[in-house]
Ligand binder design. Structure first.
Ligand code: ACO
Length: 325
């Protein structure tokens, strides 16, 4: 049988650690508020590395763990909402730095669900276009688009990158997946790009400068979406939750994860969480957590893992993987 497997994982986060107490020196907040409302204790904030720098370091680890060479990579799909530049894509910068000279490279934008979308796109392209080894990356420097004077958002986010090598194989490691978008409420989480600007415009309308979020609206969306997405992907795969060893959710807020565990009537330990040390790293959160899960729990061949994401768009999706290495 021909299938697709995750052959290697990697992650990288900046060395600059900002804990809640330090944030209290910047905005009117407290360790107690952030911890009880979100579960976050600290986050990594980049000082001198852009999104591509984080991605390159994560990819080097993933390629090494996959035991292949950069030249074996023929596809790079990078999910980010904080690219280095508008042109070229961050994936192109990563391709050059890694010497992946045989690859086609591009970015995708699906906010915090970006990695789930990227995995699905890479899987489809491997199947339809006969690619052999894809780098699938989630990489972000959210710190450059949050308003550091807005305590309702700046305490939530962190910077980082995670990557996997997705390869053609005789085994099937991607059991089932789906991605969806519900754009009706996209306004509840927005971040700006360049203003419309040309000599023919009489009255310039200035865009917002920073990320803006209606936290409670996103919270409501997230709690129902995680539960429904897990149920939907299990149903598609004709599997039950008892057959799943771990769930790696987008790491936004511990309350969202605890609520989901309760609704699904499962032990919350089944959810792998590390948001207390990283905050919400958007598209990077799932691959960072997957790499850490693999390192810490020593994933065994045959383990079944659900990856589940939700975020701006509003986007959501889930994937069931079987660990095959
Ligand atoms: N420190 C201290 N007080 C604060 C802070 C802070 N950092 N932030 C807000 N407050 C205050 C508010 O001003 C408010 O005060 P008031 O009652 O006097 O008006 C009070 O705390 C309560 O604020 P709420 O917004 O109601 O707090 P809530 O319990 O809803 O928690 C939170 C806010 C953590 C943002 C929550 O709504 C949440 O987690 N939402 C989901 C976010 C998410 O999951 N995003 C994922 C997608 S991100 C992406 O796609 C890029």
């Amino acid at each position: 049988m021909e299938g697709i497997i995750i052959k290697g994982t990697g992650s990288y986060t900046p060395k600059n650690v900002i804990n809640n107490i330090k944030l209290g020196e910047i905005v009117d907040t407290s360790d107690e508020w952030i911890l009880t409302r979100t579960g976050i204790k600290e986050r990594k904030i980049s000082i001198d590395e852009n999104t591509s720098d984080l991605a390159i370091k994560a990819c080097k680890i993933a390629i090494k763990n996959a035991k292949i060479s950069s030249l074996d990579i023929d596809l790079i799909v990078l999910a980010t909402c904080t690219p280095d530049m508008l042109i070229p894509s961050t994936a192109c910068i990563v391709q050059k730095a890694l010497g992946c000279d045989n690859a086609v490279s591009f970015d995708i934008s699906a906010a915090c669900t970006g990695f789930i979308y990227a995995l699905d796109i890479a899987k489809s392209l491997i199947k339809s276009n006969n690619y052999k080894n894809a780098l699938v990356i989630g990489a972000e420097t959210l710190s450059k688009i949050v308003n550091w004077e807005d305590r309702t958002t700046c305490v939530l986010f962190g910077d980082g990158a995670g990557a996997v090598v997705l390869s053609k194989s005789e085994e099937e490691g991607i059991i089932e997946s789906f991605c969806k978008t519900d754009a009706k409420k996209y306004e509840c989480l927005v971040a700006p790009s360049n203003d419309l600007n040309n000599p023919f415009i009489k009255n310039h309308i200035k865009n917002e400068k920073y990320l803006k979020m209606d936290g409670q609206e996103v919270f409501k969306f997230a709690t129902t979406t995680i539960v429904n997405s897990i149920k939907e992907v299990l149903e598609k795969a004709n599997m039950t939750i008892d057959e799943i060893d771990y769930i790696v959710p987008h790491q936004a807020n511990i309350r969202i994860i605890e609520h989901s565990a309760k609704k699904l009537k499962i032990d919350k330990e089944k959810f792998y969480t590390n948001l207390e040390n990283y905050g919400n790293t958007s598209a990077a959160s799932i691959p960072i957590a997957l790499h850490e899960l693999n390192e810490k729990k020593n994933l065994k061949k045959g383990d079944k893992i659900i990856l589940v994401g939700f975020g701006g768009g509003l986007t959501f999706g889930a994937t069931i993987i079987k660990w095959c290495v």
